[in-house]
Design a protein around this ligand. Structure first.
Ligand code: COA
Length: 392
């Protein structure tokens, strides 16, 4: 029973709302682990497919199990023709996350459902969602450019196939590895907002497609997965490394936040930023170093200025910061960055949904009511017009 006035922290900061075996964020130490494996080890020694297996099945796969998973993921890459036809009919300037959210929801239309409308939620449907999310993003990338979608290949890894489906050419090893590592780093992050949304949806006994759609919708905002596109906008606006500090000072003076900086959990630099920075530098050295150099200058300037204007806060680069120069160097346009985040996080979302469904209890918190006290209903003729609720 709720007691009026016992509101937990706004934004649930520091509130433990559930348990998970999937990943652990240690914000003070700056450590992220998936089922006990440090993400630095996974980024260095595993593939995205191995991480998918780890999250969905509880342990890293042996060779045979991995080959089986790779075959299943590859077999799921194809999109239903009506879904492609629908995408081809969309306005070409439709926002990529709007397309992705709607298309992932539409995946359920091509899967049989029970009499009550619920679709199967199991590792098979999880793999389907992981594979097809990447295919949707790649297909929309081409369709919006007026090109025909490229059919997926089954002989490529998940990351390589995504790049292939964008360009029609098998990617070089370095690009494939960079995207693979990016997807590993983004695969899970405990009860982040989108994962929590997925778990809340699943807790009502809605199915995995509904939960994945909730998660994508929640990812979109720039306090969560919508930040990296805006990091890219900042880098483009700054233009020269020596302008970074003035830019940051002006931005903060306007009361705005620096995108890609700060985190609810980390009190040190996000461990994923370290990996992504190294990758952005490597990719930049091999092509155009400008974006990495600008990002480096922006991070330095942000650290200096934030320490000066908010000395009691610990605000450091988060995962989104070096996502921008990394993905841009891979040829991904800035307005698709959040879709790439969704491609990686679909592994975590689906694993969390299946975990939530095991021993589920409805997630239903309470609110402290702050509206008017109980009062009589005024007959319509006696109501005064007031501004609140006026339709413009
Ligand atoms: N730039 C400037 N100031 C920032 C900041 C940023 N990126 N992030 C946090 N702060 C400041 C806030 O202004 C606030 O200062 P105040 O107490 O003086 O008002 C303080 O730090 C706490 O910020 P708050 O927004 O309450 O922290 P949070 O835990 O709710 O937010 C984020 C975490 C990620 C939402 C926040 O850091 C942010 O908005 N970052 C930019 C967007 C971003 O990178 N999103 C991707 C996250 S992975």
């Amino acid at each position: 029973m709720a007691i009026a006035g016992t509101v937990v922290d706004r934004g649930l900061e520091g509130i433990v709302v559930g348990s998970t075996e999937l990943s652990n964020v240690e914000g003070l130490e700056g450590r992220l682990t998936y089922r006990g494996y440090d993400i630095h080890d996974l980024a260095a020694h595993a593939t995205f497919e191995e991480v998918v297996y780890l999250l969905l099945f509880g342990a890293l796969p042996n060779r045979h199990q991995l080959a089986d998973l790779e075959t299943r993921m590859a077999a799921n890459r194809m999109l239903a023709q009506p879904l492609i036809d629908w995408m081809q009919a969309l306005p070409k300037d439709a926002w990529p996350m709007d397309v992705l959210r709607t298309a992932v929801s539409a995946l359920a239309l091509y899967v049989p459902h029970e009499l009550d409308g619920v679709h199967p939620s199991n590792p098979r449907t999880a793999l389907q969602l992981i594979s097809k999310t990447a295919s949707i993003v790649a297909a929309w990338d081409r369709i919006r450019r007026g090109l025909e979608p490229v059919e997926p290949r089954t002989d490529l890894s998940h990351a390589a196939n995504f790049l292939y489906m964008r360009t029609g050419e098998a990617p070089i090893a370095e690009a494939q590895r960079a995207l693979d590592t990016y997807l590993i780093l983004l695969a899970d992050h405990s009860y982040n907002a989108s994962t929590f949304a997925a778990r809340v949806t699943a807790s009502t006994r809605a199915d995995i497609y509904a939960a994945a759609t909730s998660a994508i919708a929640t990812l979109e905002g720039d306090l969560h997965g919508g930040a990296p596109g805006k990091v890219m906008t900042m880098l483009q606006a700054i233009g020269k490394p020596e302008r970074a500090e003035t830019y940051v000072r002006e931005l903060l003076a306007r009361g705005e936040k620096i995108m890609g900086m700060g985190h609810r959990e980390y009190r040190v630099r996000d461990p994923r930023a370290e990996q992504l920075e190294a990758m952005a530098k490597r990719l930049g050295d091999a092509s155009d170093p400008r974006w990495y150099e600008l990002a480096r200058a922006l991070e330095d300037a942000s650290n200096r200025v934030l320490q000066e204007v908010k000395p009691d806060k610990r605000i450091y680069a988060n995962v989104e910061f070096y996502t921008a120069p990394t993905l841009f160097s891979l040829g991904i346009p800035a307005d698709e960055f959040t879709c790439l985040f969704a491609c990686g996080r679909m592994a975590g979302w689906t694993a969390h949904v299946l975990e939530q469904m095991t021993g589920n209890r409805l997630i239903r918190p309470q609110a402290n009511y702050t509206g008017p006290a109980v009062h009589a209903l005024e007959p319509i003729g006696g109501r005064r017009a007031h501004a609140v609720g006026a339709l413009n």
